[in-house]
Design a protein around this ligand. Structure first.
Ligand SMILES: [Zn+2]
Length: 720
């Protein structure tokens, strides 16, 4: 569950400068001429002319792979020209001619990149991967050309140094301070030799991160468990068998059953299969991804990425990559994160040990199990049985109430109650895959808010996980709001021949979660294009949405049986609520173990010399993690931190959870559909998200800083 939005962290970007004067006018004319020449040289390329589509959405029906490279190159050229125009401005540096102009630069490039980034995640191919390898170093060099541009930095610094005397508004001051900080963190204060090395490091890191992600995807796709013997389906419910049969058919294995280590296929298998050796085979394939000593092995990439990040941090004067990253977060220092995680770890470990003992006792009572010790590949099966025993609740009895369309409409209904939003399907808009759904989002009075793309099911071309991104972020162009285009991409259970897509509770939560990210994008009222979101506050808008999932008042609206239309029975809801804290020790332990592993890699004094397996084992031994629990991500497939933007930041989810649990208390106090509370959350937190210090926003909404108690209660970890 992550958020990807190109340039989520402040991206220096800008358009032709707005200041007047003959100089500027001449340059603007030259820029127009160059853009026209480029368009003439690329006649069939849709990026080179206005999209001409409704809501100005990307014309996916016209975009072909061969359009990307020339468009990226043109985007780089234009942004560079825009930067040159700022630098060449004869006037004294001002907020408008330097900071605002820089913010407004690079629109062409970000439009191209946002489309390319979406396809890279959701519709990749050998061709797209090759393109990424070609454009990635170009873009890294381009970013360095801007952040290491000395004349540009001198102008930014000149404005920054006078910041107290400029009478700037809150948003302007925040943008100025972050633009300056971004330059410093981008190497602006380094000497020439250091700058050269800094560039090399960024180039190498951009390629290593790509390679890391490609290996993870290839390893995930490489594994297949093909079952051709009915006896090996023992324990699997009919819906899971049907899904495996459909997958086999799609893979030209008609008549057999196919399971993979994509999560929607693996989790039901681990939850129900009575064939222990097969469970072991599947789970091992999952947690050994990238660690098979083959050509897709990621151990060397892990070492190199961690070592190069450390070198870069030291170059900039930080003791570790974690120190470099955390400076921008609410947590501020590695010490604060470590202390926070430790505070949670102790009660979590105790709880996970209690859970393991309970599962072992269940195994010991199971005549079919034999004398076995609980292993990681047993956890799902016995947890599910224990859940059934304790709460008489099983996943396959719940799924019929969570048809994908019903869940989607439930989220729409929630947004209607809280914010008055309306969602209008737009099947006529171009999309990159026929499965994608597109909606226009409107305010209660019919005003246009933005566009939302949703892409729900797994494909071999799609990265695993779920994320929210976008094709355009809201900003103001001469006083008029440019509306945003947000995307949600998931890997939810697919429909089968006999049934529509029926979601697990986890998937329902994920959907609400990603929708929360999209709401922050859709509601954004930022005047400028740049946003600076502290990584550990970014999950507040998303995670708060998860609190509504099991609220009986909302369930009554959306959780309806897909065949009978009957609302989810009250006793099932009661059981769901009662089982809320079930397995929280495991869930929290596997997550915290991954957080601590992330921090370990990014504070280690010499990660380049580490033996990856031993390093990881050392961290887990230090924690006392029980062997039946594997960290949610092992190093070799920890894409969040080695190819995504969450390095030294995976803890951010639970840090944000302190915020979202505390924030949701406000709804509980006033009523879960309270319009005034929702409006205050929208105005104070979502609309200005990323344009101001997050704690300031939070306090404006809640009246006080958040307390940890609501989180501890929420996870059943209090007073142990
Ligand atoms: Zn998220």
């Amino acid at each position: 569950m992550l958020i990807l939005f190109l340039g989520l962290i402040l991206v220096a970007a800008a358009v032709a400068c707005k200041s007047d004067g003959p100089d500027t006018a001449a340059r603007a004319a030259a820029a127009d001429a160059a853009a026209e020449a480029a368009a003439a040289a690329n006649p069939g390329n849709p990026f080179f002319r206005p999209y001409g589509t409704p809501f100005n959405v990307p014309p996916f029906d016209l975009i072909k792979n061969e359009h990307f490279l020339p468009a990226v190159k043109e985007g780089i050229r234009r942004e560079q020209a825009e930067v040159d125009a700022i630098v060449g401005d004869a006037g004294k540096p001002t907020f408008e001619n330097t900071i605002a102009a820089l913010d407004h630069a690079g629109i062409f490039l970000s439009e191209v990149n946002s489309v390319f980034g979406a396809l890279q995640g959701a519709m990749t191919s050998k061709e797209i991967q090759a393109l990424a390898r070609e454009t990635s170093p170009l873009l890294a060099a381009h970013r360095d050309n801007i952040s290491l541009n000395e004349k540009l930095f001198a102008r930014v610094k000149a404005v920054y140094d006078r910041r107290d005397k400029l009478g700037l508004g809150r948003e302007e001051l925040f943008l100025l301070e972050n633009t300056y900080k971004d330059f410093v963190r981008g190497g602006a204060l380094l000497d020439a030799a250091q700058k050269a090395r800094f560039r090399e490091l960024n180039q190498e890191l951009s390629l290593l991160s790509l390679k890391f992600g490609e290996n993870v995807l290839a390893e995930t796709n490489a594994f297949q468990l093909v079952i051709d013997n009915k006896a090996d389906l023992a324990g699997l419910p009919p819906s899971v068998v049907a899904m495996a049969a459909a997958a086999a058919k799609q893979a030209q294995l008609e008549g057999k059953w196919l399971f993979t280590i994509h999560v929607p296929s693996m989790t039901p298998f681990l939850t129900y299969s009575e064939r222990r050796p097969l469970r072991e085979k599947v789970h091992r394939a999952y947690f050994m991804k990238g660690d098979n000593d083959n050509e897709l092995d990621n151990k060397e990439n892990v070492r190199k990425i961690a070592a190069l990040r450390l070198e870069r941090a030291k170059l900039l004067g930080y003791p570790s990559h974690a120190a470099f990253v955390l400076e921008l977060n609410m947590a501020k220092t590695p010490g604060k994160v470590d202390a926070f995680l430790k505070q949670l770890w102790t009660p979590t470990l105790a709880k996970s040990k209690e859970e393991a003992a309970e599962l072992q006792a269940l195994i010991d009572r199971d005549p079919k199990a034999g004398k076995i010790t609980l292993a990681s590949w047993d956890w799902w099966l016995y947890t599910e049985r224990l859940r059934a025993e304790k709460y008489a609740l099983d996943d396959s009895a719940l799924r019929p109430y969570f048809k994908l369309d019903n869940v989607r409409d439930g989220i729409f209904a929630l947004c209607g109650k809280l914010y008055g939003l309306k969602f209008i399907e737009k099947p006529e808009l171009p999309r990159y895959h026929p499965d994608v759904q597109v909606f226009e989002v409107q305010e209660a009075d019919g005003r246009h808010t933005g566009i939302l793309y949703m892409d729900f099911h797994p494909r071999p071309s799609k990265r695993s996980g779920a994320w929210s991104g976008g094709f355009r972020r809201a900003y103001y162009e001469q006083g008029v709001r440019v509306p945003p285009i947000s995307t949600i991409t998931c890997n939810f259970t697919a429909p089968t021949a006999d049934a529509p897509a029926l979601l697990s509770i986890d998937e329902v939560e994920t959907f609400f979660h990603e929708f929360g990210h999209s709401l922050a994008t859709l509601f954004s009222q930022g005047r400028y294009r740049s946003r600076t979101v502290a990584r550990d506050s970014v999950e507040l808008p998303s995670q708060i949405m998860e609190h509504w999932v099991l609220e009986p008042e909302l369930l009554a609206l959306y959780a309806r049986h897909y065949q009978t239309g009957e609302a989810i029975p009250a006793e099932l809801v009661a059981k769901l609520e009662k089982s809320n804290l079930f397995n929280q020790g495991f869930i929290t332990a596997e997550y915290l173990a991954a957080c601590i592993l992330d921090m370990a890699w990014h504070t280690a004094p010499d990660p380049g010399a580490a033996d990856v397996r031993r390093f990881e084992q050392g961290v887990m031994d230090g924690l006392g993690l029980i062997p039946a629990i594997v960290p949610r991500y092992r190093s070799t497939y920890f894409s969040h931190i080695f190819s995504g933007g969450y390095s030294a930041g995976y803890y951010a989810y639970i840090w944000s959870e302190v915020l979202d649990c505390d924030a949701y208390e406000a709804f509980k106090e006033k009523g879960i559909f309270d319009r005034a509370t929702a409006e205050s959350f929208r105005k104070n937190v979502l609309e200005p998200f990323g344009t101001e210090d997050p704690m300031t926003q939070y306090v404006r909404f809640r009246g006080a800083e958040p307390k940890i108690e609501a989180l501890l209660r929420h996870r059943g970890l209090e007073a142990r």
